[in-house]
Design a protein around this ligand. Structure first.
Ligand SMILES: [Zn+2]
Ligand SMILES: [Zn+2]
Length: 180
């Protein structure tokens, strides 16, 4: 798996997340390659929203790094949106190889709460697992505790676990068998 930070992303976060991802995706997430940070593509910026459109960033990464082996996880501190949603915690090709997550709204202080590094990291890991799950082909899950349940509120991120439910776990296994 390749990790590509967009400039301005906390180094300590980038170093911490991959180890936790390996716990959830044993034998799937192989060696982690840290790519140098890249500039945010300026065409992704929407000045009227002061946000970046995730789809444009995914296209940009696909063009630039699409030939790399393995999954590509892009991490940014900027705020992301998609065509239909005010903001998103992340987006991914489904199925595909590229996923992006935004740390922006995962920080408790964004919501007026006090800083909490453990909570922040736990949220980041959940969103990474979720978006990577999409790259393997998983859809959203109805089980609110399952990492594949959709979140567009931070409370939804907090109530889910960093794990797949049994059904999603089974689906993951069958996607991996198809791939072999
Ligand atoms: Zn999703
Ligand atoms: Zn599930």
């Amino acid at each position: 798996m390749n990790i590509i930070p967009i400039e301005g992303t906390l180094e300590s976060v980038i170093q911490t997340i991959p180890e936790r991802l390996k716990d959830v995706f044993p034998n799937v997430i192989d060696e982690v390659e840290y790519r140098p940070e890249i500039e945010m593509p300026s065409k992704a910026y929407n000045p009227s929203r002061d946000q970046y459109r995730a789809q444009i960033i995914l296209h940009h990464i696909a063009k630039k790094f699409g030939s790399k082996e393995g999954k590509i996880l892009v991490i940014t501190s900027e705020d992301l949106y998609s065509q239909r949603l005010n903001f998103i915690f992340g987006q991914a090709q489904k199925p595909g190889k590229i996923a992006i997550i935004s740390l922006h709204r995962l920080k408790p202080e964004f919501w007026g709460k006090k800083k909490d590094r453990d909570l922040f990291l736990a949220r980041a890991v959940k969103e990474c697992v979720h978006e990577l799950g999409h790259t393997f082909g998983l859809d959203h899950c109805e089980d609110q505790k399952c990492v594949m349940s959709f979140s567009n509120r931070i409370e939804h991120t907090d109530r889910k676990k960093a794990r797949f439910c049994e059904k999603c776990e089974e689906n993951m296994k069958s996607f991996l068998r198809v791939r072999e």
